[in-house]
Design a protein around this ligand. Structure first.
Ligand code: GLN
Length: 475
């Protein structure tokens, strides 16, 4: 495997000093992609276009007018629109579908001279925690090929961990960036709901979905975040709050007296792997030894996170996915006599098991007889979970926890048992219910040498704080 410089800062220095070119960088990544095809990371590779673009950006560098992301080679989860390219969502139903426009995040990346190297594999419609639900087959974890990379953004995490690109865009509804980042030993950031435009992201559960970033260090993540954040007239849920100078802030750290850190006992209970528990507690102790105030806080409704998350996201998914009917997008079943049969057959043949499970669960909880008992109740629980965080953030600035209860598991281990798969989101989904930002940073390795992350949750729109505390935690 060929190594490129590890950070965007180093890359940009090498580019301006003419030690390397963007064409060299892209060639190296393409070589890594080709040599590691068995990991099944990419659904489409934009080989010739990435090379052409690299040559154009080299010219811009030579004439001194390159954009802020010159040298950043990026993979994109295949739920985000890149104009004239396939947008499969890891599904048979969209396996041949091509999109007509760029997502806002893609427009913004291109305007700053980033290079998109291809689209990466994921669980079908971003539903899953292992990447085993993709129509294109599972992605293998680059750290241990017999294990899953996590999901649903498994291809994004693997592409960065296997040095097939510098950064990756993924999406989150309940942990799909942080969990695979943790399983693959890299960093993953989920921003505040509304910080990054969702225009061009295929909807799973619209009140939860957000685009986020995978990378090796906080500088690179900050550089990308700065470019893709901010109001977008095409997304009415995007926020107009101004975008800070994340790069500058990512190079700072907190003094112990500046912040208070919390940890919730509810995140360290039964079901947590002892190696992860010790690793995270050791980080907390190290912060305390350096004079940081760490206090216990309570998030009492944590025990209802998984139930309310799956009720609400399945309800939203059942409605969002109704547009895939065999008429407007993608796959249409060939053998139907009537129109109704065509709808039923296209959806039955086009969707995989997990997607069907969620559509059924979602339509059930929204049906007239059960709406109050399930959907409405879960909405109320969501409010209580939000209140838990509001109360906690009245006392502390950040909350530290493990990212996942376990490290990467083997293929097939959980796929037959949806409930045990869903429990993988136990520490991450609350963040999406509350709409707050969180980051998973590499924390250590378990007894088998498998990586795990530490999660830092922050106040709404305090992505800068997460990038700063990254430096304190990684010391
Ligand atoms: N694993 C979770 C689910 O299956 C999270 C998915 C996501 O964040 N997109 O719903």
């Amino acid at each position: 495997m060929k190594k490129n410089p590890l950070s965007l800062k180093e890359i940009q220095k090498d580019l301006t000093e003419k030690n390397i070119t963007c064409v060299d960088l892209v060639k190296n990544y393409l070589e890594n992609i080709n040599e590691q095809k068995d990991l099944n990371v990419f659904i489409s590779v934009f080989e010739s276009e990435a090379l052409e673009r690299a040559a154009e950006i080299d010219d811009k560098i030579n004439s001194g007018n390159a954009g802020k992301l010159a040298g950043a080679v990026i993979s994109v989860k295949d739920v985000i629109s890149v104009k004239d390219k396939k947008l499969t969502c890891g599904s048979k139903i969209l396996s041949e579908f091509e999109t007509l426009y760029n997502a806002t995040v893609i427009e913004r990346l291109l305007s700053e001279d980033a290079i998109i190297i291809g689209k990466v594999n994921c669980d079908e419609f971003a539903m899953g925690s292992s990447n085993e639900n993709s129509f294109f087959g599972p992605v293998k974890n680059p750290v241990d090929n017999s294990r899953v990379p996590g999901g649903s953004s498994g291809g994004s995490a693997a592409s960065v961990a296997a040095n097939m690109c510098l950064l990756s865009l993924g999406s989150e509804t309940g942990g799909s960036i942080r969990q695979p980042a943790s399983f693959c030993g890299i960093t993953g950031l989920k921003a505040t709901y509304g910080r990054i435009s969702r225009f061009g992201l295929v909807a799973f559960a619209s009140s939860f979905d957000s685009i986020g970033i995978f990378g090796n260090n906080n500088y690179d993540i900050a550089a990308l975040l700065k470019v893709i954040s901010g109001y977008d007239k095409n997304d009415s849920t995007s926020s107009g709050i101004s975008v800070p100078d994340y790069i500058k802030l990512s190079e700072q750290r907190f003094k112990p007296e500046e912040i208070k850190i919390g940890f919730a006992a509810e995140y360290f209970e039964e079901g947590l792997d002892p190696d992860i528990k010790n690793g995270v507690l050791e980080k907390i102790d190290s912060l305390k030894r350096r004079g940081f105030q760490v206090e216990e806080i309570s998030l009492p409704h944590t025990k209802y996170v998984i139930q309310s998350y799956y009720i609400l996201t399945s309800a939203e998914a059942s409605s969002n996915l109704s547009r895939f009917d065999g008429v407007r997008y993608g796959y249409r079943s060939e053998h139907s006599e009537t129109m109704e049969e065509m709808y039923v057959n296209s959806r039955s043949e086009g969707f995989g098991d997990e997607v069907k499970r969620r559509i059924m669960l979602g339509t059930y909880v929204l049906s007239a007889g059960y709406y109050d008992a399930y959907y409405k109740k879960a909405q109320k629980v969501r409010r209580l979970i939000m209140n838990d965080f509001e109360n906690a953030f009245g006392k502390v600035d950040f909350i530290i926890s493990p990212t996942t209860p376990n490290t990467a598991f083997r293929f097939g281990e959980k796929i037959e048992d949806p409930l045990s798969m869903y429990l993988n989101d136990i520490y991450t989904a609350s963040v999406n219910l509350a709409g707050i930002p969180a980051i998973s940073i590499p924390c250590g390795k378990d007894r088998n040498g498998l990586p795990f992350g530490i999660q830092i949750m922050g106040k709404k729109f305090d992505e800068s704080g997460l990038l700063k505390i990254w430096n304190n935690i990684s010391e």
